[in-house]
Design a protein around this ligand. Structure first.
Ligand code: PBG
Length: 326
């Protein structure tokens, strides 16, 4: 401390737990947390996901119970992912009204639909045998506009099943407009869109591949964003908002906090961030080795995502953290 300013002492505001609580700029609340959940067709017991300790592929029954537990914990929402028994080139199970995801939506909405915002992943990768987020052209590339037609159908079956927000996550150009148009034409004006707006071609999605039994070979670099770039996030934001996104999302979260901040500063709609499977797995693995304090680390990661400007956070720890915050 310089001699001219002997009494400027920032440490005063850090001196006691009560003082720190008083001046905290960022607070976590269960209402802003969203639990991603996996439901697998044709199983009778939940299946652990090896790369995500503590996370399972649910049966329809255990998913219902997990949804009740989430509602009781007071979290804000649940994001559903379906794992079908049969995958094919166009992801037929994703648009079948009797498909696993549609069943799961109906189950969860009827169980807790008045207490939780129910959301569904709107993407083909869980349903295609090649594992891409869209349908393929003859040359093997992902066909943007043919995929939009599939997304439009998917949006309508998910809305028919009662979902509150659909989450188009494939990063096809024009996906929000295609989904909005299809929902409106089917009389689903009140079904909202949580757009995966700035989604990066990230290695942090690794464990998710196991979670949904994806057979992807190769990568998603021709449709998801390049980790080197920030500017295109703002372009995607402008586009998604113009196309009718009700909320927008940045994903992954922790390696993209600068993007969360830039999108939050520019967005006229709420901004969510997705703390993805690899982020979860890293913390769990380090904690299991005794290298970090698990609970403190979890809370610190979520606080930093909130501090960067995200208003909603998808996290596999949502229910546990709601308990910690109580
Ligand atoms: C696409 C989708 C993915 C994730 C959420 N939605 C995978 C991908 O785009 O490769 C990843 C979530 C996570 O890693 O936790 N359906």
């Amino acid at each position: 401390m310089s001699a001219e300013f002997p009494s400027v002492r920032p440490r005063r505001l850090r001196s006691t737990p009560a003082m720190r609580r008083l001046v905290a700029e960022t607070r976590l609340h269960p209402a802003e947390l969203i639990l991603p959940a996996f439901v697998r067709e044709g199983i009778t017991e939940p299946r652990p996901i090896g790369s995500m300790p503590g996370v399972v592929q649910h049966t329809r029954d255990t998913l219902r119970r997990a949804a009740v537990e989430a509602a009781e914990a007071g979290i804000g929402g649940i994001m559903l992912f379906g794992v079908p028994e049969v995958q094919d080139a166009t992801g037929t199970a994703g648009t079948d009204p009797e498909g696993i995801l549609q069943h799961a939506i109906r189950d969860v909405v009827s169980e807790v639909g008045d207490r939780l915002v129910v959301m569904s992943d709107l993407c083909l990768d869980e349903f295609t045998d090649h594992g891409h987020c869209g349908v393929l052209a003859a040359d093997g590339s992902v066909d943007n506009d043919a995929t939009l037609e599939r997304y439009a159908e998917m949006a309508v079956v998910q809305a028919d099943a009662g979902v509150h927000l659909v989450g188009p996550s494939g990063m096809m150009d024009g996906q929000v407009a295609a989904v909005r148009e299809a929902l409106d034409a089917a009389g689903h004006q009140d079904t909202g869109i949580l757009a995966y707006t700035a989604k990066y071609a990230s290695a942090f999605f690794g464990p998710f591949r196991e979670a949904v039994g994806s057979s992807l070979k190769g990568d998603r670099k021709t449709y998801q964003q390049d980790p080197a770039n920030a500017r295109e996030s703002l372009r995607e934001l402008a586009q998604d908002v113009a196309e009718g996104a009700d909320l927008v999302m940045v994903k992954p979260a922790m390696s993209y906090l600068d993007i969360v901040r830039q999108v939050a500063d520019a967005s006229p709609v709420p901004v969510a961030a997705y703390q993805v499977s690899g982020e979860y797995a890293m913390v769990e693995a380090a904690a299991a080795n005794g290298w970090i304090d698990r609970e403190r680390t979890i809370l610190e990661t979520l606080t930093s995502i909130r501090r960067a400007g995200a208003e909603q956070i998808l996290t596999y720890w949502a229910v546990e953290v709601a308990g910690l915050l109580r």
